[in-house]
Design a binder for this molecule. Structure first.
Ligand code: FRU
Length: 466
């Protein structure tokens, strides 16, 4: 740990100690930064039985800034404990940001692969000049402190037809080979994913790339590759996709393709499918839990969107991660559902049939079985509705104050039979048809505004925690 690291550590601790007590929108279950700004989940893993989540963290300002890795741990994916800031931009090769990356666990060692961002000041376009994206390995022997950092690759080591934008390494091991994917932008402004291999985690060889002709954006961030239920998934967060009807309505997208064949030769098959149709979801990453579950966490936020406000900035922090979601394949579709541990979180339950009108707890879940049509109003200004004759599920803020400027998102859905709504103080995650479609948003109810109105032919379970 160098002197800069020590100084920052002290400053961050002081900042956390001084944080204000009034914090009405802090979630109970979700990962949020103690102070400052959070974005992408990083280095998700289970190490010595404990779940670890790191995240992009700008501790000094709620509006963002220099990126560190914040860290928290959990025994059950729901109770998270802040563990400090193990990775800092404290070396010449990562001095303008310890950007996103992943974890690989081998025996009792945690290997963290990440991007060291460098941005020169001057008259640059910051696409082909003015910036460096280095690939770095940080090694931890205890899961909470970094013992050594090593520069593995610079822009010189990446293919020549790429811009300076190459980042977000995701690493895994299969048989006796290590694999790494990185997101990249070509000089033709096409988003691609690069595949590297290594025998020792330190020396990497570029093998090939995954790409798709068509309007899939100029840059693919935060790639992930995993096998699930016999299929291989390529998950990417493209920048630059144009809105097409109800699709790609956010500033940037996150979604998946399937890969056909062995990763060495595989090509993208089929269409891009968005992972979340709400307002706040980006840069998801997954990991394999010890029990074999593939678990995904995303950033519940969206970069570069000025028209959406987050009221927590007034309380000194901004953004959170999604609930960890178990992934599975059903009828060829990747489904996301809250981790099963959530069932044990609730200790109060109320069954109802038909409509419901009343108060709700700030942290609660609604599990609904739907006959045909349904309309739900949360906090007097967030409407979730579906009419089978129209065939579109809508998430609409009729109260723009409640949604901090968010408006409306929709998705074509042939039939709606089930719905889970997870509310955690200032977030709403809606899982439709057993996780086939998901809508995620932040919202900011006033204290007395935790209310719900459900109308339709519905059977429901309301769960909360006392
Ligand atoms: C995605 C991203 C990554 C980058 C990180 C920086 O949100 O832009 O590509 O590593 O955020 O914070």
């Amino acid at each position: 740990m160098n002197a800069l690291h020590q100084t920052w550590e002290k400053l961050i601790e002081e900042k956390i100690e001084k944080k204000q007590q009034k914090d009405p929108y802090r979630p109970m279950l979700h990962i949020a930064p103690p102070v400052g700004w959070l974005n992408d989940p990083n280095g998700l893993c289970q190490y010595q039985g404990v779940y670890h989540a790191f995240y992009q963290f700008a501790p000094f300002q709620a509006e963002g800034g220099l990126k560190f890795w914040g860290h928290c741990t959990s025994q059950d994916l729901l109770h998270w404990e802040y563990q400090g800031v193990p990775l800092m931009p404290d070396e010449p090769y990562d001095c303008h940001g310890a950007y996103s990356g992943s974890a690989l666990i081998e025996e009792d060692t945690m290997y963290l692969f990440y991007t060291g961002n460098i941005k020169f000041s001057g008259d640059y376009d910051y696409i082909t000049t003015g910036r460096e994206n280095n690939t770095i390995l940080a090694v931890s022997q205890d899961g909470s402190t970094v013992a050594e950092k090593e520069l593995l690759m610079t822009n010189q080591d990446y293919p020549k037809d790429l811009t300076r934008h190459v980042r977000d390494p995701k690493v895994w091991k299969k048989d006796d080979t290590y694999y790494m994917v990185q997101g990249a932008r070509t000089t033709e402004n096409q988003g691609v994913v690069l595949l590297f291999t290594s025998k020792d985690k330190r020396n990497w060889t570029y093998l090939r790339r995954y790409k798709k002709e068509g309007a899939y954006g100029y840059m693919w961030e935060c790639p992930d590759v995993y096998e699930i239920d016999g299929l291989t998934v390529l998950s990417v967060s493209p920048q630059g996709m144009k809105q097409e009807g109800l699709h790609y309505a956010n500033c940037y997208q996150s979604g998946i393709f399937f890969l056909e064949g062995d990763v060495h030769l595989a090509e993208i098959t089929g269409e891009f499918r968005e992972l979340d149709r709400g307002f706040d979801f980006y840069a998801p990453q997954s990991f394999l839990a010890d029990d074999g579950r593939r678990i995904q966490i995303g950033w519940m936020g969206m970069p570069d969107v000025e028209e959406h406000q987050n009221k927590t900035v007034a309380d000194g922090w901004q953004n959170m991660l999604t609930i960890p979601r178990e992934l599975s394949i059903r009828d060829g579709i990747l489904c996301q559902n809250p981790v099963r541990e959530l069932e044990d979180w609730w200790n109060q339950i109320f069954f109802f049939e038909g409509s419901y009108d009343g108060k709700m707890e700030p942290c609660c879940e609604w599990k609904l079985t739907i006959e045909k049509d349904v309309s739900i109003t949360l906090s007097e200004g967030l409407v979730l509705r579906y009419q089978e004759s129209e065939g579109i599920f809508w998430m609409e803020f009729t109260d723009h104050e409640l949604g901090g400027g968010r408006t409306i998102r929709g998705s074509e859905i042939k039939a709606l039979s089930s719905m889970r709504i997870l509310i955690d103080v200032s977030s709403v995650e809606v899982f439709l048809n057993d996780g086939t479609d998901v809508f995620t948003t932040r919202f900011y109810p006033k204290k007395e505004q935790y209310t719900v109105n459900i109308s339709g032919n519905v059977k429901g379970i309301y769960c909360w925690h006392l």
